[in-house]
Design a protein around this ligand. Structure first.
Ligand code: PLP
Length: 461
């Protein structure tokens, strides 16, 4: 039989077979034909290698597997049981219902995006959120762009593009991940890096020396986000730095990274300085993300001095980095929720998950242990597990939140295969492996029934 290509069915025969006809009905003729061709190519290679030619039904089945896999890829909803609430690789903040509705509406209808309804002329895209941002941060002016990386790039390019010197401490020349490295961003912004101080210690006199260099035009202060140096460490805080920069007539840009609009201490989360505090501490511009602690869509904010924001808005790069109507609508709706801080923890998923009471998570873990064990079968030991969640996205990296989850221990040893199997479910379940177990942190599980159904459907397969 080796090399007997004549035994291979034709595309047409496969498509006319029982299963094959089904494919075209379910997935459309074009996709079905393409999948059958690909399955036949694979079969041809197998025949060339000495395998037997498959029947039309077998080819149709292989094509079906391809079509299913094709449909399954893409932005699939997953269960984020990693314990990291703002998981960058899982899309960071979940949006509030109000934000989802606003974005959906903006998708479906024409909206007054850049249209002045009073005057009937052209309006400004930023108008929709500017007032809210200024109100919530105490800043005099504000603008929004694609993300915080864009905000930093745009601010630097507007104020120091063309080789202006940007002074920064060596302790803040950080990499955030995803190729966001401060020195590279500065270079791409056209700014000339003036590094001052050392990795662990930077003093006011270092900044003064930097500002005295020819062509120095601004100082950049960067939140160290996902790393921390401890021990013999000194930095210059914003108020002191602001005195130096204003004496030198050079703006101070403070990249806050996550940025929060409210004091998180009231929900038991160790507080980060708020954007309002950063503004009043004296930074001329403050930048931060929309989809980290703020809990909105991906966006980057630049808030601060009106004259500087105006310069930024005149930069042609602003047009290339602007927000679309869907995110702008979601952002505005998210910011509106901050006008009622008492109800924020109910309405904003990010805060709701971060502030979720420990007894509630524990009860969830205890309630799910039995049903999960039943669905995973006797080969997996399931126990209630006390663990630590993280905020994620570089916000307060050393700060963990006590949480509860399930530890899954396959009796044959390694949790890797189980972890893979759960990632291959219709709605993938993403946990983390620690101490030889697959840990499912339940802090972010708000749909336990859906989770159990998914496991049951996987077990039945
Ligand atoms: C996260 C972060 C950024 C990048 O923000 P994105 O919104 O992800 O683009 C920049 N700077 C700091 C300090 C950050 O923590």
């Amino acid at each position: 039989m080796q090399g007997d290509f004549r035994a291979l069915p034709s595309v047409d025969r496969v498509l006319r077979s029982g299963h094959g006809a089904d494919l075209a009905t379910r997935f459309g003729a074009t996709a079905a034909t393409r999948a059958v061709r690909a399955a036949l190519d694979e079969a041809r290679a197998a025949v060339a290698g000495g395998g037997a030619a498959p029947s039309p039904e077998q080819v149709a089945e292989a094509a079906l597997a391809r079509l299913r896999a094709d449909r399954a890829t893409g932005l699939r909803p997953v269960f984020n049981l990693t314990g990291t609430v703002l998981h960058t690789n899982l899309g960071r903040a979940l949006l509030a219902e109000a934000a989802i509705e606003a974005a959906t509406e903006a998708m479906r209808q024409a909206v007054a995006l850049e249209y002045d309804l009073d005057g009937g002329g052209r309006g400004e895209r930023d108008d929709h959120v500017r007032t809210l941002i200024c109100e919530l941060t105490g800043a005099e002016a504000a603008t929004v762009v694609n993300n915080n990386a864009a905000a930093v790039l745009l601010a630097l390019n507007s104020l120091a593009g063309g080789g202006g010197g940007a002074v920064i401490s060596r302790g803040e020349l950080i990499e955030i991940g995803g190729a966001f490295r401060m020195p590279d961003i500065m270079a791409r912004a056209g700014a000339r890096l003036i590094e001052v101080g050392t990795t662990n210690r930077t003093h006011p006199r270092d900044y003064q020396a930097g500002l005295a260099e020819p062509g120095a035009v601004l100082v950049l202060k960067v939140h160290p986000s996902n790393y921390r140096i401890e021990g013999f460490v000194t930095g210059v805080e914003v108020p002191a730095l602001a005195r130096l920069t204003s004496a030198a007539g050079a703006p101070l840009i403070h990249d806050l990274g996550s940025g929060t609009l409210v004091d998180l201490g009231q929900w038991g989360i160790r507080p980060e300085p708020t954007v309002r505090e950063a503004v009043s501490a004296g930074a001329d511009l403050v930048t931060f993300s929309g989809d980290k602690l703020l809990g909105g869509p991906q966006a980057g904010f630049i808030v601060g001095r009106r004259d500087l924001v105006e310069r930024i808005n005149r930069n042609p790069m602003k047009r290339a980095l602007r927000l679309d109507k869907m995110r702008l609508a979601a952002l505005e709706a998210t910011l509106r929720l901050y006008r009622e801080p008492e109800r924020l923890a109910d309405r904003l998923p990010t805060l709701r998950l971060l502030a979720r009471p420990l007894p509630e998570i524990r009860a969830l873990a205890e309630g799910l242990r039995g049903p999960v064990a039943a669905r995973l079968g006797v080969d997996v030991e399931v126990t209630v597990h006390s663990c630590d969640s993280q905020i994620g996205s570089g916000a307060m990296p050393l700060e963990t939140l006590p949480s509860f989850g399930l530890a899954l221990r396959p009796r044959d040893g390694s949790p890797d295969r189980l972890s893979l199997a759960l990632r291959q479910l219709a709605r993938p379940v993403i946990g983390r492996i620690a101490d030889g177990a697959l840990i499912l942190d339940l802090r972010c599980l708000e749909d336990p029934e859906g989770f159990l159904d998914t496991l049951a459907a996987g077990a039945a397969r």
